[in-house]
Design a protein around this ligand. Structure first.
Ligand code: ADP
Length: 493
């Protein structure tokens, strides 16, 4: 190759370069100006050849440029630096410059060659990258990337906060590090979407943390492409929504409870109106008869008794309804005293016997050991409710057995009947408010609040109430109250 062909090649390279290639003498006068320079600075070579290089240098950087040239003269070595230059339209832009000495045949430095590259785009993308990096760094969301083999390639501080693994621990590991075994199939489906270039948006799922806890997250997965547009991995943005899910769960529970209460209210209104209607109708009829008798001067005592009995029913119902609302509001009050439960049972059994001729109420137990500390009136109501139910739900039978048992843990009263019993599926529900068992039981009058109130009264005393089906036939209701020594309750003054 001869010199002239070398020169021709070099000239072609200079002419076709996208970079500005400029040469100047030591006084800064432009000697050559390629197409790249014309493109970048906006001046044609005709406009700048012979002009000073200061034409493209912002005023405030002229001194800097001079010092670079002096340095070059001194060292004779090429120098790279980034600075600012000015276009024909006076706009300033960042450039990367390589400044080299030009030597003559005797190697004397005779001028300066400058290769300048417009780095505006590079700077913008650097700025964008650092902005993105700082967003990713400061995000509370976990931002993770992984390749198509599922290997984690980046892990931000948000990911550490949510999953507990540090970047060091996570990068290079498979993404299954944070996926519960039961969700691995879901991950495969996500990847198959990503490979097709599709995005997975706000998928609510479960992930696992370093300490093995499962957390609820909202996940967005997007394909990551290389410069040629080929999908090379996926980026995952995950937000911890455990708290939100918990709040939603609580909200749902609350709504369900409200709904249940509303249903209770409707059922209750229906039952109460029915139950209140019957005694009122009977009383009205009796009073009408009384009225007629009075006007005729003769009164039959049976009508008076019937009216009084129905009035009792009505006032009991009203007391029970009031109790339900007191229990609901936590306002049921106990008036506690020390008394013998067996004596109370004898009293209740005798009163109940007087109004129930069909059933014999049999009382068994050891009276002397049954001193308890409780609200006597309320316990009396519980016992009446148990015996009334035993009689009511055993039509055609002839006995109800009431038995007391003294145990280490407390005093137990059992009320056993041979009646209709309680269907298995309802046995856990009979103490619920307004619950009435299905089947035969539903043909008996009732509102379904007696057992609820009774069990709450016993609970207020620190005891418990439960039911079992009688092996022979019928049911056995139990209450257990703490012994007198229990300090659950303090005596009323
Ligand atoms: P009510 O008798 O007014 O319906 P309770 O709260 O006293 O209300 O009883 C709730 C339900 O429990 C009753 O409707 C009945 O289905 C069932 N039950 C209560 N006691 C007995 C019993 N001794 N035998 C069978 N079922 C009973």
């Amino acid at each position: 190759m001869n010199d002239s062909s070398d020169f021709a090649k070099l000239s072609a390279i200079v002419a076709s370069s996208g970079d500005a290639i400029i040469s100047t003498d030591f006084n800064g006068f432009i000697q050559s100006w390629n197409n790249g320079a014309a493109y970048i600075f906006g001046f044609s070579s005709d406009e700048v050849l012979g002009k000073n290089i200061n034409t493209i240098i912002p005023k405030e950087l002229i001194e800097e440029e001079k010092s670079f040239v002096e340095e070059l003269k001194g060292s004779g070595e090429a120098k790279n630096y980034e600075t600012i230059r000015k276009r024909k339209d006076s706009t300033k832009f960042p450039v990367a410059i390589t400044m080299s000495p030009i030597r003559d045949a005797e190697t004397n430095v005779t001028g300066v060659s400058v290769i300048a590259r417009d780095i505006t785009k590079l700077k913008i993308s650097q700025r964008n990258n650092s902005l993105l990096a700082s967003i990713i760094k400061s995000s509370d969301d976990a931002i993770i990337s992984k390749n198509l083999d599922g290997i984690i390639t980046s892990w931000n501080p948000g990911a550490k906060k949510i999953y507990g693994f540090s970047a060091q621990e996570a990068i290079g590991k498979n993404i299954s590090l944070i996926i519960p075994a039961s969700r691995l199939e879901e991950e495969k489906q996500i990847i198959s979407k990503v490979i097709k270039g599709k995005k997975v948006d706000h998928l609510e799922t479960i992930r696992k943390t370093k300490d093995g806890n499962e957390i609820n997250i909202s996940l967005t997965v997007s394909p990551v492409k290389d410069a040629s547009g080929r999908i090379i991995g996926a980026s995952k943005v995950a937000r911890d929504i455990t708290e939100r899910v918990e709040i939603e769960k609580q909200k749902q529970l609350f709504i369900d409870k409200l709904q249940q209460l509303n249903d209770f209210k409707d059922d209750f209104m229906m039952m109460a109106s029915h139950e209140l209607k019957t005694p009122i109708t009977v009383m009205r009829a009796c009073l009408q008869v009384l009225h007629d008798f009075v006007s005729e001067g003769a009164v039959d005592i049976r009508f008076v008794d019937k009216s009084l009995a129905n009035l009792d029913k009505l006032s009991n119902l009203v007391v029970e309804l009031l109790d339900v609302s007191k229990i609901q509001n936590g306002k049921l009050e106990l008036s506690v005293s020390t008394f013998n439960l067996f004596v109370l049972l004898e009293e209740v059994a005798s009163e109940m016997q007087q109004i129930n001729q069909e059933h014999k109420i049999i009382l068994r137990g050891q009276g002397e050991l049954l001193e308890i500390k409780a609200d006597r009136d309320k316990i009396k109501r519980v016992l009446i409710n148990m015996i009334t139910n035993a009689v009511k739900y055993s039509p055609g039978e002839n006995k109800v057995v009431v038995e007391t048992v003294v145990k280490q843990s407390g005093v137990i009263v059992k009320v056993k009947d041979n009646g209709i019993g309680i269907p298995k599926e309802d046995i856990d529900k009979v103490f619920n408010r307004f619950f009435r068992a299905g089947g035969r039981a539903s043909t008996f009058p009732g509102v379904g609040i007696g057992l609820y109130i009774s069990s709450e009264i016993i609970r207020y005393h620190g005891g418990k109430m439960w039911v079992e089906n009688n092996d022979d036939k019928g049911s056995i209701f139990y209450i257990e109250l703490p012994q007198k020594s229990s300090n659950v309750l303090s005596e009323a003054v």
